[in-house]
Design a protein around this ligand. Structure first.
Ligand SMILES: C=CC1=C(C)c2cc3[nH]c(cc4nc(cc5[nH]c(cc1n2)c(C)c5CCC(=O)O)C(CCC(=O)O)=C4C)c(C)c3C=C
Ligand code: FE2
Ligand code: FE2
Length: 352
């Protein structure tokens, strides 16, 4: 490949265990949950909780769950991120690599691979594969990449694509991805976002007085919205339903995948799946826009277990709409953003 710009792209996703063996799942969970932006407790307390309580019980169960979705190529999340890399590489003339926040391939591996491909590498554009800002997803990916960049004294400049929850071309891709599923009969569409503990919203609120102060906090104008996960999830939902002409009575938002006993964002997806058939919602479409690539939390929690919950509660049809994965409009969107940055347009760059 002839290099015109000494730049590279790094697609950053969350990561998966190396295999479905309990020892690999244990190592992955320990790394993930010892992240202070995920379990936000003082180190010793976190260590005791994660290594003494959560991981020993969770690792065998999670390993079993991973076995139900694992493919011969490996974890769906990793395989789909690789497929996104390949599709994007067809559209841009700077090298594209992938890296995971936890597990493999690491961020350092991604940086080294780009350095190898581009002698004299001047700039890396990192694309966090999270549309919304949460300290346990977007923020930790960015801060971790910055830490590796600094510690290893890489000579290139590192830039990040900003959260894109409201970007018109992202919304358009999401809408196009949903559209074919609207042909089938449905009573309701549930937008199920990954949950976070409520206190994380308070922690990332730069105003110190906005998030969770009242039920409408996310719909009133505030500087906090730049880092308010709840606001951003509602915004994505409203923009995409507006675009598709889906009326307010036909959709709602819920939050999935909670861990532990603290209050997480509500309503909880599993509770809603149990209640909806009783409310007359029998035919459900469900999607998980917090994820760009299908993963354990979509394929096992929502597509498999969620369906069981809904059908056992009296539901009739249940269809999960896949994540954006390698949807052509999504690939084009990332290509357009990164090409613009390579050309010197900084509109999509995170400013901190
Ligand atoms: C939107 C992205 C994500 C946020 C925000 C997030 C927060 C968060 N997650 C946990 C705990 C777990 N999450 C797990 C899996 C998982 N989480 C995300 C994304 C976000 N997490 C993804 C893409 C995945 C799937 C990974 C895969 O390999 O497919 C898991 C591991 C699986 C399990 O045991 O259930 C845990 C644990 C917390 C505590 C948290 C916020 C505080
Ligand atoms: Fe908010
Ligand atoms: Fe998670």
């Amino acid at each position: 490949m002839e290099q015109t710009a000494k730049k590279g792209i790094l697609l950053m996703n969350l990561g998966s265990p190396d295999s479905t063996e309990v020892k690999d799942v244990r190592r992955y969970l320990n790394e993930f949950l010892m992240d202070e932006r995920v379990i936000d407790m003082p180190y010793l307390k976190r260590l005791l909780l994660v290594k003494g309580l959560i991981t020993p019980f969770r690792a065998p169960k999670s390993a079993e769950a991973y076995r139900t979705i694992w493919t011969k190529e490996g974890s769906p999340l990793i395989v789909l991120t690789q497929q996104l890399q390949e599709a994007l590489q067809q559209q841009v003339d700077v090298p594209v690599e992938i890296a995971m926040r936890y597990g493999n391939p690491t961020v350092q591996h991604g940086f080294d691979a780009l350095m190898k491909k581009v002698p004299g590498l001047e700039e890396v554009i990192a694309v966090p594969l999270y549309p919304h800002y949460a300290m346990s997803s977007y923020e930790t990916a960015v801060e971790y990449a910055k830490e590796i960049h600094q510690k290893q004294e890489y000579p290139f400049k590192l830039e990040f694509i900003k959260p894109y929850y409201n970007e018109p071309n992202y919304i358009e891709a999401l809408a196009e991805n949903i559209k074919p599923y609207l042909q089938q009969e449905y009573d309701h569409i549930l937008f199920s976002y990954h949950g976070i503990p409520e206190r994380h919203l308070v922690k990332t609120d730069p105003t110190g007085s906005h998030c969770m102060m009242n039920g409408n906090c996310c719909s009133t104008s505030s500087a906090a919205h730049a880092t308010c996960y709840r606001h951003q999830c509602f915004t994505t939902t409203n923009l995409v339903t507006d675009k598709l002409g889906i009326t307010k009575d036909k959709f709602s938002v819920s939050f999935q995948s909670r861990l532990g006993r603290d209050p997480w964002l509500k309503p909880y997806t599993d509770f809603r799946l149990t209640d909806m058939p009783k409310e007359g919602i029998k035919k459900l479409l469900i999607l998980c826009p917090a994820f760009v690539s299908d993963c354990l939390e979509t394929l096992e929690e929502i597509e498999e277990r969620g369906k069981e919950t809904f059908m056992e509660a009296g539901g009739e049809t249940y269809k999960m709409i896949p994540c954006l994965n390698t949807h052509p409009l999504w690939v084009k969107t990332i290509a357009d953003w990164t090409k613009a940055i390579v050309a010197g347009n900084k509109e999509m760059v995170l400013v901190k």
